[in-house]
Write a protein that binds this ligand. Structure first.
Ligand code: LLP
Length: 420
């Protein structure tokens, strides 16, 4: 008997279910690869966050980049969750899903003039500004539009979040934010700009953070700056502490819960008297999703075994890109185990889902579930090798809703023109 990975994907009589839906039946009906999300898992997480922060004026802004599917954004808007966006495309989708502008914050080091104008016109809650030049440009564009743009400065608190270097953002050497010791000057400058309204301060130190300590360090540093700003007569309304809380990828992982996170940081945040914004992405949807795939071939090279499946780095790039671990479970349990590389069909050696992994002795046609694929799975997928992107479905108890259709071959040609 397998230990259940979480309460939303459980074995019943040796077969893996999402809520009340058999993943074997689902895969047979819809074909693979398919992303499967548990609606209950997402709702439970939303409620855990809401409850954890209920003692303090907090706006939860879901980080759209984790999973921008419209149905998932609609779950957020139906539950009064705002959005953290990083592009015009994300703004468009957030609005389309019904997220009100006064719950949208916008980070990113490279906002284009077009995107800035779009966000000013939409009247978003705050630009999280990442450089002095960006501040000037936002001011100019707001002036041209005859409006005031609300901004927060994204400070870089120079804290090591102890996560993968590619997803550490709050260290001085990274491209993100403005050095915390320069921020006071930038705020003073911002306060003199005619079309800028300063509303807050922002920091985001990284992603898949498994310890609370780095948050405390970053929030304490930023809180000190907030006091200094107050002394200079610069009063803020919001303290946006970003996202980053880690999730369970390995069975033995034990990430902090929203409550543990809130209990540790709220005492410091309360001292600032500012409204709090948090930007969770991965922890809202990551464990709610799996990527279902089918075994196409088995291949042995001496004592090295390969399980070749119908999904790969085009659908889930995290293993190839960060050497990330995703737990892989058989949809129907087997007695015997093997050790194998689980690899995709893409013409790259880096196209693997798992290396030297002990898994059930699957055969051609069997299905596997790649766990914790709800965040940065579909959102980072591509058509590399001209593979249509995976379908996405949302499970709600015993119902299955298609929330992204499988791409067709026609779809692959739509933006292209033959002009010669
Ligand atoms: N706020 C800002 C400004 C961010 O840059 C991010 C993520 C978040 C919030 C949400 O962080 P989360 O709660 O999801 O950790 N592709 C990588 C993760 C990149 C995260 C980028 N920024 C991965 O697959 O691990």
């Amino acid at each position: 008997m397998k230990q259940d990975f979480n309460e939303y994907f459980v074995y019943k009589n040796g077969e893996l279910y999402c809520e009340n839906v058999s993943l074997k039946n689902l895969a047979e009906k819809y074909k693979t690869p398919v992303y499967v999300y548990s609606k209950k898992a997402i709702l439970d997480k939303i409620n855990q966050y809401k409850e954890a922060f209920s003692s303090y004026d907090t706006l939860i802004c879901y980080a759209v980049k984790a999973n921008p599917n419209l149905s998932i954004l609609k779950i957020m808007s139906d539950n009064d969750i705002g959005c953290d966006i990083v592009s015009g495309g994300e703004l468009y989708k957030a609005k389309k899903a019904g997220i009100p502008s006064n719950k949208i914050v916008y980070a990113g080091v490279g906002k284009t003039d077009f995107e800035i104008e779009y966000a000013i016109r939409e009247n978003i809650l705050s630009f999280n500004v990442e450089s002095e030049m960006e501040l000037d440009v936002i001011n100019q564009i707001a002036k041209k539009l005859g409006k005031k743009a609300r901004v927060s400065i994204r400070v870089n608190p120079d804290v090591n979040p102890k996560t993968h270097p590619y997803i550490s953002t709050g260290m001085r050497k990274s491209k993100f934010g403005i050095d915390i010791d320069k921020a006071l000057d930038v705020y003073q400058k911002a306060s003199k700009l005619t079309n800028i309204e300063i509303v807050g301060i922002h920091c985001h130190i990284g992603s898949q953070i498994m310890e609370i300590e780095p948050y405390i360090e970053a929030i304490e540093k930023t809180a000190k700056l907030i006091s200094k700003l107050k002394e200079k007569g610069i009063n803020l309304e919001y303290f946006d502490i970003g996202g980053g809380l880690g999730i369970k990828y390995k069975p033995e992982d034990n990430p902090p819960s929203p409550k543990e996170f809130a209990d540790a940081i709220l005492p410091i945040v309360k001292g600032t008297n500012l409204k709090l914004i948090i930007e969770p992405g991965r922890s809202m949807v990551g464990e709610a999703g799996v990527l279902l795939t089918q075994v196409i071939f088995l291949k042995d090279k001496g004592d090295k075994h390969f399980v070749i499946v119908d999904t790969g780095m085009n659908d889930l790039v995290r293993p190839a890109m960060y050497n990330a671990y995703h737990h892989i479970l058989p949809v129907v349990e087997k007695e015997r185990k093997i050790i194998a590389d689980i690899v995709g069909p893409i013409c790259e050696t880096g196209d693997f889902l798992a290396l030297d992994r002990e898994i059930d002795d699957v055969q051609r046609g069997d299905y596997l579930a790649v766990m914790s694929a709800g965040a940065y799975g579909s959102s980072m997928s591509s058509n590399y090798n001209l593979r249509p992107r995976a379908m996405e479905v949302l499970v709600d108890e015993d119902k299955v809703y298609v929330i992204r259709e499988r791409e067709t071959y026609d779809y692959l040609t739509i933006p292209e023109l033959i002009e010669n």
